[in-house]
Design a protein around this ligand. Structure first.
Ligand code: FAD
Ligand code: DLZ
Ligand code: SF4
Length: 526
């Protein structure tokens, strides 16, 4: 664990103790007008650097839509800073002399401006923090790395929360965040006298439901220019670039939030875990890419959701479920990331070594659930939580795919993916590769779960009821094979006692048949 970052001094105290020029570096996921680095700077004195760099666009092969979203949002943000009176140095990807890295671009700007200090808000990835830490020696300048106060819980506060605890569990952390923010609280008590309405949020989406589409924005001239650039420079990356409909400004992201609150939030809770064929978004907000890039403020979003509940425009299970995802899970996974890095990335509890199947990049598989989740990921750079967790995630874990390969896939393919949020969700929550640090049991399930929560199985080549043999749903034998294969590591987990008893009660022939079926499926993945 690195030393906690000291809180930023107030703007007044900072300006009074210096009259030199500072270089403020703003990263692609720091597009917030009140971010701590800008709040600590001076419009009239300092220079802001923003840079499109090849290193960031290629350290994993990001989805084309993700690159286009960030480049366009960065260009708009730089313009808004200039309009607000900041002096901005903006490097476009194709600018002559672009060095391709943050460090190279900092060096170039320092050569042009006589800066005496570098100010940054802490980044969302360990490798970028390491680069920033190298700048002091490299450039012989003080580097001030400020807290990212867009989060409710700072890294140091999370470390303090975690230190005395033998076991970290999101639920207790979340209650503290509710108390800290006052969201959905009545004095010291939770609204509705329960902290968590998760049990009410697991309805399958059956019957005649109407699904609102997320808010769509027509690309403007800046976005069109970026789309051409991405086409030309990243044509070999995963994913469809067009149609491109993401918001790229705070105003349009606000409109997307308004739309979610009006059209979608009332149903968010009930159907949070539902999956529906040909419905990529169900009742999800599709706001994570805007929140993570800084176009929306997470606490403002939660405030709007609480207000909708208090007005009677959304039920409590929807408002609580949504707010829990943001001040609970989102803050919690970030805390775990910084607490556990850099070792976290290499955790591999089950010593899983299989390569990622090729169909993760093409969607070409007869498994209808995986085909749907991957195809929409390719089209939209989006899949909702249950698809990420219980379809692509569960399959990879059951099949013993190397968790690092799984991590790199998730980091590349989703428009909202940055390591601080993606890695704990993938490695910890979905692959159990951290051995249970983040969640108390692996999210392992047979085809039965997907059948219960979706309509995928009805149109699938495989039969979800068939346990073994050629036409059987692959999740069925892989589920038991996973438990049998990892018995030594998992048997002691009380939450798995029931499935192990069931496995032991099966007759020996059936167990052998199950493992044979699983072996055939795994062999075919090669
Ligand atoms: P909604 O379902 O509408 O949820 C509302 C908001 O809550 C989201 O916008 C997001 O800000 C937050 N949220 C919900 N669940 C989580 C969570 N588990 N962790 C953090 N925030 C959460 N989320 C990312 O933002 N980036 C990632 O790279 C990412 N990778 C994931 C990988 C795996 C394997 C899994 C299982 C989950 C991952 N998630 C990630 C969490 C979650 O799936 C996405 O936040 C969510 O699907 C985004 O869609 P949405 O905005 O429609 O979310
Ligand atoms: C993801 C990304 C991409 C594709 N490109 C850039 C870029 O060119 N310039 C930039 O400042 N940021 C980019 N990003 C986001 C960074 O990768 C992100 O800021 C770091 O990973 C820290 O979270
Ligand atoms: Fe997925 Fe199995 Fe259902 Fe097919 S039958 S959609 S593979 S769970």
């Amino acid at each position: 664990m690195s030393a906690p970052v000291p809180p930023p001094p107030s703007r007044a105290s900072r300006l009074s103790d210096r009259n030199h020029r500072a270089l403020i570096v703003v990263l692609g996921d720091q597009l917030s007008a009140n971010i701590s680095s800008l709040a600590a700077g001076s419009k009239t004195n300092d220079v802001v650097l923003m840079a499109e760099v090849m290193d960031e666009a290629t350290y994993v092969p990001h989805h084309k839509k993700k690159i286009a979203f960030l480049f366009s949002a960065m260009r708009h943000f730089a313009e808004s800073l200039k309009d607000a009176g900041w002096s901005v140095e903006y490097t476009r990807l194709d600018d002559h002399g672009n060095t391709g890295s943050f460090t190279g671009e900092v060096e170039r700007v320092l050569e042009r401006h006589g800066c005496a200090e570098i100010i940054v808000t802490e980044p969302g990835e360990w490798r970028v923090l390491q680069a920033m830490r190298s700048w002091r020696d490299r450039f012989g300048l003080p580097v001030r790395i400020l807290d990212d106060d867009r989060f409710v819980c700072s890294r140091s506060d999370f470390a303090k929360w975690a230190a005395p605890r033998k076991q970290l569990r999101m639920e207790y952390f979340y209650r503290d965040m509710r108390r800290r923010t006052g969201l959905l609280m009545n004095g010291t008590e939770p609204e509705g006298e329960r902290w968590n309405y998760d049990a009410d949020n697991r309805k399958p989406a059956r019957g005649q439901l109407k699904f609102p589409n997320p808010f769509r924005v027509e690309p403007d001239a800046t976005t069109c220019e970026v789309l051409d650039l991405v086409d030309a420079r990243f044509g070999n990356h995963f994913g469809d670039l067009r149609p491109f409909w993401f918001a790229v400004t705070p105003a349009d992201a606000q409109a997307a939030l308004d739309h979610f609150i009006d059209a979608t939030l009332p149903h968010f809770g009930d159907y949070q875990d539902a999956m529906v064929k040909d419905e990529s978004f169900v009742y999800h907000s599709v706001l994570s890419l805007y929140i993570n890039a800084g176009l929306l403020d997470p606490l403002e979003v939660c405030g709007r959701v609480e207000a909708a509940y208090r007005r009677g425009d959304a039920p409590l299970n929807a408002a609580e479920g949504f707010i829990r995802q943001i001040i609970g899970w989102r803050e919690y996974v970030r805390g775990i990331y910084w607490l556990e890095m850099p070792g976290y990335r290499d955790r591999n509890h089950f010593n899983a070594e299989r390569s990622l199947p090729k169909f993760y990049w093409t969607g070409e598989t007869d498994m209808a659930c995986l085909h749907a989740a991957i195809t929409q990921t390719k089209e939209e750079a989006y899949a909702h939580h249950i698809q990420r967790l219980m379809v692509t995630g569960t399959f990879a874990m059951l099949a013993g795919i190397d968790p690092h390969a799984v991590h790199e896939w998730y980091l590349a393919v989703y428009a909202d993916a940055y390591e601080w949020v993606e890695l704990p969700n993938t490695l910890g929550m979905s692959q159990f590769a951290d051995g249970g640090l983040l969640s108390s049991k692996p999210y392992a399930a047979s085809g039965n779960y997907i059948n219960k929560m979706s309509d995928y199985c009805r149109g699938c080549h495989y039969d979800v009821k068939q346990k073994t043999g050629d036409g059987a749903c692959p999740f069925n034998s892989l589920y038991w094979d996973f438990l049998a294969r990892n018995r030594e590591t998992l048997e002691g987990n009380p939450r798995l006692a029931h499935p192990y008893r069931t496995w032991d009660r099966m007759d020996a022939d059936r167990r052998a048949d199950t493992r044979r079926s699983a072996k055939q499926i795994l062999d075919a993945l090669r």
